[in-house]
Ligand binder design. Structure first.
Ligand SMILES: Nc1nc2c(ncn2[C@@H]2O[C@H](COP(=O)(O)OP(=O)(O)OP(=O)(O)O)[C@@H](O)[C@H]2O)c(=O)[nH]1
Ligand SMILES: [Zn+2]
Length: 334
């Protein structure tokens, strides 16, 4: 059924379309014993699942969607925000407060301005594929970004069906060091379904985003993870009352087996931007650990005497590619 048809039919709430078993939900209107009952008009906590102009769509505990305006002093809500809000009608409400955020994903626009697009992201799934082949430096850069945003990285190697032997070789080369450093590494194919159960399991808690180069198969992965995505988009269209909700908008989806996924073109094409220089080396934990042994405290591990990091590279304890990425990032930040 097309989203347009859903827009004409009674609104199907999200609660009807999925199991909420694994959704970590904020506390809402459930006073404990002895507390006065809370009237339906009083504030409650909800989550912003998308925007239409000045309006945010807020989902309540039961999965109902409300079009909400926010008071000016509240600031601009982001997709993924937890908010205090109160209903005004069966369909509308007002956002009174945005909860403190973590995991804010921002993009840098062409004019250099940084624009936040999503909040409370817990996990960044970095998608690479057999085709186009993985770019080790790009993977390192995404890992730096994840470290900087304090979100958990997960490296997914896609399209393993194209050449399972090549997939094994890549897992044993490009990805082996990351795995050894404790980063989750997984592989599979949305076309054959291989590995998809493992991925679903890994995304069952918290809020995830998918990033990666064009053509690595992010759309295919999202389709496989969210079989009822079109229905959800239909729900949002019907609820927004402002015309069609489109896939170009930043949208929070609930994964059927638990966990949430925020998708938007801006997030998919996320690039490293504006990471403060001093935050770069800490994002390479294996380098940061050894760097305390360098003779100079501000050693950049290029050709300074007494450099413990270069010595570790020579001993094969640090991958040269990781140090090269750090150098590139330091140069760009200069
Ligand atoms: N063999 C194979 N091909 C795949 C798989 N997943 C995706 N593809 C193909 O890879 C191509 C790109 O897939 P998309 O899902 O459009 O990739 P994307 O990352 O969303 O690309 P953009 O939309 O450009 O960001 C398409 O031709 C897909 O059919 C897979 O598991 N195996
Ligand atoms: Zn050094």
């Amino acid at each position: 059924m097309s989203p347009a048809m859903w827009a004409c039919s009674p609104v199907r709430t999200v609660a009807q379309s999925r199991s909420r078993r694994h959704q970590p939900r904020p506390d809402h209107n459930h006073p404990g014993d002895g507390e006065p009952p809370v009237s339906p008009a009083a504030g409650q906590t909800g989550r912003v699942v998308s925007h239409h102009g000045r309006e945010s769509l807020v989902e309540d505990r039961e999965g109902r969607l409300y079009r909400c305006l926010s008071l000016k002093r509240v600031g601009r809500p982001l997709c993924g925000d937890y908010v205090d809000w109160h209903p005004e009608t069966d369909e509308t409400g007002v956002i009174d407060r945005i909860h403190p955020r973590h995991g804010v994903i921002a993009r840098t626009a062409y004019n250099g301005r940084v624009q936040a697009i999503a909040a409370n992201v817990d996990r960044m799934v970095v998608v690479s594929a057999l085709e186009p082949p993985p770019d080790p430096e790009l993977i390192n850069r995404y890992l730096v970004l994840a470290h900087h945003l304090a979100v958990e990285p997960l490296l997914w190697l896609n399209k393993t069906d194209l050449d399972p032997d090549q997939a094994e070789r890549l897992l044993a080369s490009v990805f082996a060091g990351h795995r050894a450093r404790g980063v989750a590494v997984m592989a599979g194919s949305p076309h054959t379904g291989e590995g998809m159960e493992t991925l679903r399991e890994a995304l069952r808690e918290g809020t995830s985003v998918l990033v990666g180069l064009s053509g690595v198969g992010k759309s295919s992965l999202i389709k496989a993870l969210l079989p009822d995505r079109d229905l959800r988009i239909g729900d949002l269209s019907a609820r927004s009352g402002l015309g069609r909700h489109t896939t170009t908008e930043t949208t929070l989806y609930h994964l059927p087996e638990g966990g949430d996924l925020i998708d938007s073109p801006g997030i998919r094409a996320l690039r490293l931007a504006n990471i403060p220089r001093e935050a770069l080396q800490p994002a390479f934990p294996e380098i940061a650990r050894v760097a305390s042994g360098c003779r100079f405290h501000n050693c950049q591990h290029r050709n300074e005497p007494g450099c413990a990091v270069r010595a570790a590279v020579e001993r094969g304890e640090i991958e040269p590619g990781r140090l090269a990425t750090l150098h590139h990032l330091l140069d760009e930040a200069a």
